[in-house]
Design a protein around this ligand. Structure first.
Ligand code: ADP
Ligand code: MG
Length: 239
C-alpha cells in the first residue's frame, strides 16, 4: 500500500517570521503531487518539514496514521532529491549508489542487487564505473535519484531537481521522473516554481502562496475551476 501523508494545521515560524501558516492537506497515496508557488512562498520549508530536516512549530504531520513530528528524519522512510546533485566526486557511480547502503550495514549481495536494479531502472548501467565528472548533467541527476531508489523509501521528495538543467534536458527528465513514478508507484512530492512542470507532471497540484494553500486539486480542476484569481493567474487559465 502506498503511503498516506497528512498535514493538520501545520505551522513554521522563524522567530517572528511566519513562513508556513496553518496548512491542512492530504497527500494522495501513490500519487505524484506537485507543490507549486512563487519563490519564497514556503515550498522548500514545507518539504523539509515532511522530510524531518526542519522542525514543525505547530500542528501535526501524520504518515500512515502515525504522528511524525518528533520522529528522526532517518526513520521516516523518506528519500529527498535536491537540486544540487552532491555526488561524491572521487567515487564511481557504482560506489555513489552503494555507499549509503554500505554505511547502513547491508550485505554485499544485497547492495549489488539494489544497485543493479536502480541502475537498470534509470538506464545508467553503462556508466557504473565512471566518475561523476565524466557524466552529463542529466546522467548525474539520474545517479542522484538512484541514490534514493536503492534505499527503497516509502516516499520520494524532490526539491526543484531539474532547475540546474538546460531546457531540453529538463523536458526529458520530466518524462523520466513521471515514468519512474509509474514504475514504482510510491507517494511522491515534487516542488517547483515552474507552472508547466506542475501542469504536465502532477496528479495533484498544491498551489502555495505566502505559506498558505491557495488550492489543491488535479491540474484540470485547477485550470477549469480556480478558486481565486491568484490560482487562475498563476496557472494561466482565463478566469
Ligand atoms: P521557497 O522554497 O518556496 O522558495 P522557502 O521555503 O525556501 O521558499 O522560504 C520561505 C520563507 O522562509 C522565505 O521568506 C525565506 O526567506 C524564509 N526562510 C527559509 N529558511 C529560513 C531560515 N532558516 N531562517 C529564516 N527564514 C527562513
Ligand atoms: Mg525552495
Amino acid at each position: 500500500m502506498a503511503t498516506t501523508i497528512s498535514l493538520k494545521n501545520v505551522e513554521k515560524r522563524y522567530g517572528a517570521l511566519d513562513v508556513i501558516r496553518g496548512i491542512d492537506l492530504d497527500i494522495k497515496p501513490g500519487a505524484f503531487t506537485v507543490f507549486v508557488g512563487p519563490s519564497g512562498c514556503g515550498k522548500s520549508t514545507l518539504l523539509r518539514m515532511i522530510a524531518g530536516l526542519e522542525s514543525i512549530s505547530d500542528g501535526d504531520l501524520m504518515i500512515d496514521g502515525g504522528r511524525m513530528n518528533d520522529v528522526a528524519a532517518a526513520r521516516r522512510g523518506i528519500a529527498m532529491v535536491f537540486q544540487s546533485y552532491a555526488l561524491y566526486p572521487h567515487m564511481s557511480v557504482y560506489k555513489n549508489l552503494a555507499f549509503g547502503l554500505e554505511t547502513a550495514g547491508y550485505k554485499r549481495d544485497e547492495i549489488n542487487r539494489r544497485v543493479q536494479d536502480a541502475a537498470s531502472t534509470l538506464q545508467i548501467t553503462d556508466y557504473l564505473n565512471r566518475k561523476p565528472k565524466a557524466l552529463s548533467g542529466g546522467q548525474r541527476q539520474r545517479v542522484a535519484i538512484g541514490r534514493s531508489i536503492v534505499r527503497d523509501p516509502k516516499i520520494f521528495l524532490f526539491d526543484e531537481p531539474l532547475s540546474n538543467l538546460d531546457a531540453e534536458l529538463r523536458v526529458q527528465m520530466r518524462v523520466e521522473i513521471t515514468k519512474l513514478h509509474e514504475r514504482l508507484g510510491n507517494t511522491m512530492i515534487y516542488v517547483t516554481h515552474d507552472q508547466v512542470e506542475a501542469m504536465t507532471m502532477a496528479d495533484q497540484i498544491v498551489v502555495l502562496r505566502g505559506g498558505q494553500v491557495m488550492q489543491s486539486g488535479s491540474p484540470l480542476e485547477l485550470y477549469n475551476e480556480p478558486d481565486n484569481r491568484f490560482v487562475a493567474g498563476f496557472l494561466g487559465s482565463p478566469k
